[in-house]
Write a protein that binds this ligand. Structure first.
Ligand SMILES: C[S@@+](CC[C@H](N)C(=O)[O-])C[C@H]1O[C@@H](n2cnc3c(N)ncnc32)[C@H](O)[C@@H]1O
Length: 291
């Protein structure tokens, strides 16, 4: 059964996040001001454009910037991850829904995608697996179903997202499968590590992490590895770090390899293709870390 303490009303307290200094106080790195980094579009407009498309881009950029700055003024010391949660929950509360979180969520490809890749890397029903950044369990659900009871861990920066997912699941099935869930913090990570997960998957999460937070994100994942275990980190791959939307970025594999290697110098690090397609210079790739 999902223990109440694991899905209870915890405040988001991501590891390496709560102790963070205010982004405003730290200053200059634009990656800490994600709403600002879309500003190159605005500059382009000022330099070149009178076209409708550019005007639209500037308007959108300005709207996003105002939204982010308004939030930042009210939460000068909050970690960036809280802004992500705030933005997603605002959309859901206002009824516009979110493609990945809550009742309107749908997989980009298949519900079974995470499970299939974990199986490709050796997952057996008796293993413990982690869905790191599980959201509303839209992909985790198939993994819960495959594993023996109590072998699934879903962790996220907030409990609000997985609670939305749990609401849509059959209580009897949940009770039988007994997934373990928790908000990412040192206590939760210690509990997950104690269960010695064999596979850790993190799907559609890396893209939501600003560059300044990649170290904490990948560091947490590496901290869960033990000899013989494997982490699969899905990310949109581009030649250069690129902003994809207000809350998403694509990365070059060299950047992720560098961060992963700094945390796991002895690990075997490789890459695998999630899909065969490349759209607008973006590939869907897996960073594979073998402890
Ligand atoms: C697009 S959703 C994907 C959720 C789930 N993995 C899926 O595919 O359905 C992105 C998820 O990443 C989580 N997230 C964002 N930043 C994170 C971080 N620094 N560490 C862990 N999870 C994070 C969000 O809370 C959210 O649940």
């Amino acid at each position: 059964m999902v223990a109440k303490s694991q899905i209870g009303r915890q405040k988001p307290a991501p590891v390496g996040v709560g102790r963070q200094q205010s982004s405003l106080a730290r200053g200059a790195n634009l990656d800490r001001f994600p709403a600002l980094t879309g500003g190159f579009a605005g500059t382009r407009f000022l330099l070149t454009g009178f076209g409708v498309a550019e005007k639209f881009t500037v308007k959108r950029w300005w709207r996003k910037l105002k939204r982010y700055l308004g939030w930042r003024l009210k939460h000068p010391f909050a970690p960036y991850e809280d802004y992500y949660v705030h933005s997603v929950m605002k959309k859901i509360r206002e009824g516009s829904g979110h493609p990945a979180i809550g009742s309107a969520s749908r997989p980009v490809r298949e519900h079974s995608e995470l499970l299939e890749f974990l199986q490709k890397y050796g997952l057996q029903p008796t293993d413990v697996a982690v869905d790191y950044g599980c959201g509303s369990l839209r992909l985790g659900r198939a993994v819960i179903d495959y594993l023996e009871p109590g072998k699934f861990w879903g962790v996220d920066i907030t409990d609000e997202f997985y609670k939305l997912g749990l609401e849509a699941m059959d209580p009897a099935w949940l009770q039988q499968k007994a997934p373990k869930l928790g908000v990412i913090n040192p206590e939760t990570l210690a509990k997950v590590k104690a269960d010695r997960p064999r596979l850790i998957g993190s799907w559609h999460v890396c893209s939501k992490v600003p560059e300044a937070r990649l170290d904490a994100y990948i560091g947490n994942i590496v901290s869960l590895l033990s000899p013989g275990s494997i982490a699969l980190v899905h990310f949109p791959e581009t030649a250069e770090r690129r902003k994809l939307s207000g809350l998403a970025w694509a990365s070059p594999r060299s950047l992720l390899e560098k961060v992963a290697r700094s945390h796991a110098p002895k690990a075997e690090i490789s890459f695998d293709a999630l899909t065969d397609t490349e759209v607008d210079g973006i590939r869907q790739t897996l960073l594979v870390i073998r402890a």
